[in-house]
Design a binder for this molecule. Structure first.
Ligand code: SF4
Ligand code: SF4
Length: 483
């Protein structure tokens, strides 16, 4: 008790924000949001001006009309929740390492590394180009694909449900294989009393009626890489001849969206120089073409390409993101889903109390498989020998996997230790870091300000909806995202 009285207190590691006229904090140690009542808020305000001794703090609360026993109880509660820290508080541990035998949950099968488009910013062709190593196949064989399914099922041990994403190159250039894999995988999981879901990413140029029917009948989630209306899409998403692809994909997309009703059809937009009309692109994809969800990401680059976003363009993107986030919030308050997935994904992570050791599942619950059967942390690293994590035939190279995960752990990223957004960001995409800094374990410092600003905005949306329509948030408790 005597020791307690000599304590002085300082604020914990949190980010405060306001929403719907109420005060909230995002508590970093817990990755959780709390609404602050008036008295808790008063304590934090007092400590914001400097540390306070125990007796002074209790005295100030009692002076403000609080009973002494209640004041003691409140301070104890705030200390236990780590909203306030004493001299003797042990620093909150960084997100713990996942167990060594963390079971696999998903594979991204790069069923071909060939593409019929030649998008000028594509990582297959851009600064971080990962060339197909000599002698390696351009299309995955059925044998490798079946072995990949067997590998996923063996490595996912006790999981009831697993997932396969088909990726390319242009995925549909190997559609025949995709069909065979779906049928084979369904047979195998059924025999084991388990379940499986599928998704694919495509540029939509090769969609046809039979393909659309197959995707719809097999509940295969579809993400379309598309940059917006013709003038945006045709700027960089072009054929090798330089001809734009919009006119080819537009009728196919209308057919896909009209036919495929069992899963959300998502558009994934890459923002690059001159392609920054976020709101216009959103309206076109959502309202005119009918996509259910639209997500945006700035182009991955080393910062110096002709297609890189300028600082002014990035500012414009941020303010348009804010406007769409406000729209998302208005929809949520009246119980209507909105398709801006950049908000939905962050809200999902907040609902799940994300406190990440790593930015994503790459190399952990998720692996990429190249056409030859080489394993990599995710689809963006496939065919890069420098990032190989083993092979389907020989299994996961545990030493390389451990090196990748150790370097990618948020605790290994110095700058992230004092950043309030680390439970959600954890340093950002490993691949982006590799392209920008040549090291998958480097924090993505070029977009910290942007990430913090954006997360703050999503917290405000979360807070407002948690006050005005909390039931709406429940639908995000099991939302998954794969970038
Ligand atoms: S990369 Fe930047 S924004 Fe992300 S956790 Fe680290 S310091 Fe924070
Ligand atoms: S966030 Fe980056 S490293 Fe992680 S899965 Fe996505 S592309 Fe791969």
């Amino acid at each position: 008790m005597t020791t307690m009285l000599s304590h002085s207190y300082r604020p914990g590691d949190y980010h405060s924000f306001e929403a719907a006229g109420e005060k909230f904090i995002y508590l970093v140690s817990a990755g959780a949001v709390f609404a602050l009542d008036e008295v808790a808020n008063r304590v934090l305000d007092m400590l914001a001006t400097g540390p306070m001794g125990h007796a002074d703090l209790i005295g100030a609360l009692v002076g403000g009309g609080y009973a002494e026993a209640d004041a003691e109880g409140l301070v104890r509660e705030l200390r236990h929740a780590q909203l306030i820290l004493s001299d003797h508080s042990v620093p909150a541990p960084v997100a713990p390492n996942p167990p060594k035998d963390f079971p696999l949950q998903a594979l991204v099968l790069n069923i071909t590394n060939q593409c019929n488009l030649s998008c000028t910013y594509c990582y297959e062709f851009g600064a971080d180009k990962i060339a197909t190593p000599a002698g390696k196949p351009k299309f995955m064989s059925l044998e490798t694909a079946k072995a990949s399914v067997d590998f996923l099922l063996a490595q996912s041990a006790d999981r009831k449900a697993v997932h396969i994403t088909f990726f390319g190159g242009e995925t549909l250039m190997n559609f025949k294989l995709l069909q065979e894999v779906v049928l084979y995988a369904r047979e195998q999981v059924a025999a084991q009393g388990r379940s499986i879901t599928f998704s694919l990413t495509t540029n939509a140029t090769l969609l046809s009626d039979p393909i659309i029917t197959f995707l719809a009948e097999n509940d295969i989630g579809v993400t379309v890489s598309i940059d917006g209306p013709a003038e945006m899409q045709d700027k960089r998403r072009v054929y090798k001849s330089g001809k734009g692809s919009y006119a080819v994909i537009e009728p196919k997309l209308r057919k896909l969206i009209a036919t495929h009703k069992s899963r959300a059809i998502t558009a994934r937009v890459t923002l690059s120089e001159g392609v920054t009309d976020v709101i216009g692109i959103y309206r076109h994809l959502k309202d005119e073409l009918g996509f259910h969800e639209v997500g945006f990401a700035p182009v991955t680059d080393s910062g110096e390409q002709s297609y890189s976003l300028s600082a002014e363009e990035m500012n414009s993107v941020v303010s348009q993101f804010h406007a769409l986030a406000d729209e998302w919030m208005d929809h949520a308050l009246s119980g209507r889903p909105h398709g801006f997935s950049n908000v939905s994904e962050t809200i999902g992570e907040l609902m799940q109390g994300a406190n990440k050791s790593h930015p994503c599942g790459a190399g952990l619950g998720l692996l990429g498989v190249s056409p030859s059967g080489d394993l990599s942390p995710c689809h963006r690293f496939t065919d890069a020998d420098t990032h190989s994590l083993g092979t389907i035939a020989d299994g996961i190279d545990r030493e390389k996997q451990s090196d990748f995960l150790t370097r990618g752990h948020v605790g290994a990223k110095y700058e992230c230790q004092s950043c309030w957004v680390r439970p959600l960001c954890a340093g950002g995409c490993h691949h982006e870091a590799f392209v920008r800094y040549g090291d998958t374990g480097h924090p993505n410092l070029h977009y910290c300000d942007w990430i913090r600003d954006w997360t703050d905005k999503c917290l405000q949306v979360y807070g407002a909806v948690s006050v005005g329509n909390p039931e709406f948030l429940e639908r995000f408790t099991d939302r998954k995202a794969l970038s």
